[in-house]
Design a protein around this ligand. Structure first.
Ligand code: NAD
Length: 370
């Protein structure tokens, strides 16, 4: 089925009205702590599930933690998908929905980063089957009712928002993140930071979002360097996963801005991994918005113990050893216009606090990041 036929664009995050705000609280149980993955079976039973599909990112599939999930699910587990690909391509969604329907699946358990959780969400959205999410990176997708999906033929990544996309249970287990390699740790951690920063200056954020997002900013500033320095530091991993949860919660109740619109276009058009796109674009998007969100950025700076928020974020990203230029991830200068044009169709760009009316404004950010 063509992507456009089943993508229903409902409001994302909070929506401003003349007199107040509007936001969504889909029913979701969050369990956080070491060993949480062992709860998969109990939670599946509580949801009345008998036939479970386990979507598991390939780098996790042979680890003891994936075995814990399978053991916990026991006889309920009927089929597993490990062909998880970045940016949730639409052809993979079609094939996975077919598997779920053919096997009579009544619950999806998705373990992995945003790509695995996104595939689980896509199956849930298409079939109405509930999901349990087991996040293993800091991308935060598990906390939202938003799905990013890529039309493989057109190379277009678009988001759709709907309550059926939201996982019913999220199992946050810091022990699962211990094996996350340094670059994935750093880049998905910066993705979490970007959720928090764009939530702080979002014009559509629900009122509780600011403090939640600033708490996430402060915690990421402290915990992420520790996780990258020593991936086996379980205390640091716990602090970072808790911060990613807070950032994901903020993301769920605030519209994102130009930063996210550009990252989706970089992923959809050129396959740039989402975390790396975040690491490259974030300080430039913050600088671009600075003249209209000065007080908000001052609060981000204070949370990081710094004077300038964009400079502090740029320094943090540099210290983690991540790429900081689009040319380093294969983008040619001519590609920037393609990204800008595509991003003009993004709801995140439309919701940016500084109005964006022409691709030239996006090119300004992209050139500074190139
Ligand atoms: P990813 O899921 O593609 O994972 C990156 C790599 O890390 C993969 O190779 C994966 O196999 C590996 N990996 C994951 N966990 C591991 C672990 N514990 N140990 C070892 N290897 C591990 O990347 P991501 O950055 O987590 O997710 C990006 C995707 O999530 C993008 O499509 C993005 O748009 C989406 N996303 C969606 C939302 C939302 O609200 N809908 C929010 C954030 C991100």
């Amino acid at each position: 089925m063509a992507l456009a036929l089943w993508v229903r664009c409902l409001p994302r995050g909070a929506t401003p009205t003349a007199t107040g705000f509007e936001t969504f609280f889909p029913a979701c149980k969050v369990i956080f702590g070491s060993g949480a993955v062992g709860r998969a079976g109990t939670e599946a039973a509580a949801l009345g599930a008998h036939r479970v599909l386990f979507v598991c990112t390939s780098s996790l599939a042979t680890t003891p933690k994936a075995t814990s999930v399978r053991t916990s699910l026991g006889d309920r587990l009927v089929v597993q998908i490990t062909d998880v690909r970045p940016h949730v391509p639409s052809d993979l969604v079609e094939a996975s929905v077919h598997v779920a329907e053919a096997q009579g699946v009544d619950l999806v358990v998705a373990g992995g980063g945003g790509s695995a959780i996104g595939l689980g969400k896509a199956i849930g959205y298409r079939t109405g089957i509930p999901q349990i999410a087991v996040p293993t990176t800091y991308a935060g997708s598990e906390m939202t009712q938003v799905l990013g999906i890529t039309d493989a033929a057109r190379r277009e990544k678009r988001t759709v928002s709907h309550p059926s996309i939201m996982p019913r249970v999220v199992l946050y287990d810091p022990e699962v993140t211990v094996g996350l390699p340094p670059v994935a740790t750093a880049s998905t951690g910066i993705n979490a930071l970007a959720h928090a920063v764009e939530a702080v200056y979002s014009p559509t954020a629900a009122p509780f979002v600011g403090p939640v997002a600033l708490e996430a900013v402060a915690a990421i500033g402290l915990a992420l360097p520790r996780c990258v320095r020593d991936g086996g530091d379980l205390d640091a991993r716990t602090d970072m996963l808790r911060a990613a949860f807070l950032a994901g919660l903020a993301l769920a109740h605030a519209g994102m801005g130009v930063h996210h619109g550009l990252c989706h276009a970089l992923g959809g058009k050129f396959g740039v991994p989402h975390g790396l796109a975040n690491a490259i674009v974030l300080p430039h998007a913050m600088r671009y918005n600075a003249d209209v969100v000065g007080p908000e950025l001052a609060r981000v700076a204070a949370a990081l113990g710094a004077v300038s928020a964009p400079d502090a974020v740029s320094d943090l990203i540099g210290s983690l050893g991540l790429p900081q230029r689009l040319r380093e991830v294969g983008l040619g200068e001519d590609d920037l216009a393609v990204v800008a044009q595509d991003a003009m169709g993004s709801s995140a760009v439309a919701g940016n606090p500084k109005a964006i009316r022409s691709p030239d404004q996006l090119l300004e950010i992209l050139h500074s990041a190139w």
